[in-house]
Write a protein that binds this ligand. Sequence first.
Ligand code: CA
Length: 460
Amino acid sequence: MRIMRQSKSLILLAGLAAIGLGTVLGVEEAYGAKCVESLWPSAKRAGVTRATFNRAFEGFKPDPEIVEAARYQPEYVKPIGEYVDRAVSAKRLEKGKEKLVEYQALLDALEARYGVDRHILVAIWGVESNYGEQPGDKNVIHSLATLICSGTKSKYARGQINSALKIMQRGDVAFEAMNGSWAGAMGHTQFIPTTYTAYAADYDGDGKRDIWGNIPDALASTASYLKVSKWRPGQTWGYEVKLPKRFNPKRVSKKTQRTLGQWRKLGIVRINGKPFPRPSDRATLFAPEGRRGPAFLLLNNFRSLLRYNVADSYALAVGHLSDRLAGYGPFVQPWPTDEKRLSLAQRTELQALLVAGGFMTEEPDGIVGPATLEGVRSYQRAKKLPVDGYPSQTILKRLRAEAPPPLPARADQTGSVGEAQPANDGATPSEGVASGQPANAANGQPAAVGSGQPANVRQN
Ligand code: CA
């Protein structure tokens, strides 16, 4: 035991010396340095030089914002309709139409070279980084190291960090500009390092694949990635459909593939009444809200979008934004609206009920952040409910119904009745459910639903 301790502190000291930190360090910095040094043997095997490694981790400290962001994933906590509506906002649509005009010549050339529809390219650009306005401002190598050192999504981050170091070493981008989201998704296209390494394109031919600062490189990289993801030129991603009466979409597995013609025989038709142009194309049925919301038949190109990012909500948002950019209208069947957002008073009440039930310990403040989401998840787990962490009206109603009744009032004791009631005086500013969101969530950057993997992770 003692020997182990000694050897650990030797490694620690060696680590500190190697990355040139001073001898007086806080516990956190010492921990960070030790963790960083543990990454060196694998980096060296991957061909990273010591000079690159030292430069990459100069002044590195684990970033608590990254860990917090990694634990908050909007696709898990938001109903899909709300996610899609936010991702396909009027502002994003308007800006996308401007981009179609501004980059018309480039988009002509990319369509000709890669066979990927211009509206899809612009839609991905919009959803991923808000057309380059919100590419993330965290150093990618430091983000990945933080994830590894904190044990949050560390398996994913370990699979990325050597690629990131190699990108830095090749000089495709200056170290200072090698920024991205908390998950290490980089630039206009939000490619993670391994996707970048395999698929990024140098469209302008200057020897650098610059998805951070060069829009032709960035959009060509997206087109190139969709092409290898088997995008079919001239075809759509899917159709909004009308279900026949008494057809329960929940009885159909997401994986059931039938031709459009076979779906048609089951009574499923396009919502606009037009025939399917290619009845032999294979499609899956997608009705995330059952009969209460829009339903879709999804084609091959939807599966290509899932290669870009494995969340259904993401691919649907991109496909829909693309259609809107091409001049088509909103979904005919609206999303259900009965799960309205909680008001500030209701959010505070929900937090107080979670605290009272032992599902969270933080002071109720009406601001939904990671602690509240985890509290809801704990509650859902305890009650064997679907675990999505979403603070809904339904959850609030359940919590209210289960709360112990207030103490009986006694004539000789004033004020006891109200004491079991939560404080919901609304003292804190209202920022909505999304207030605990990390910066990159605001641009609609999803991390994969159901897989626990961040953006752009390939699912083979
Ligand atoms: Ca270039």
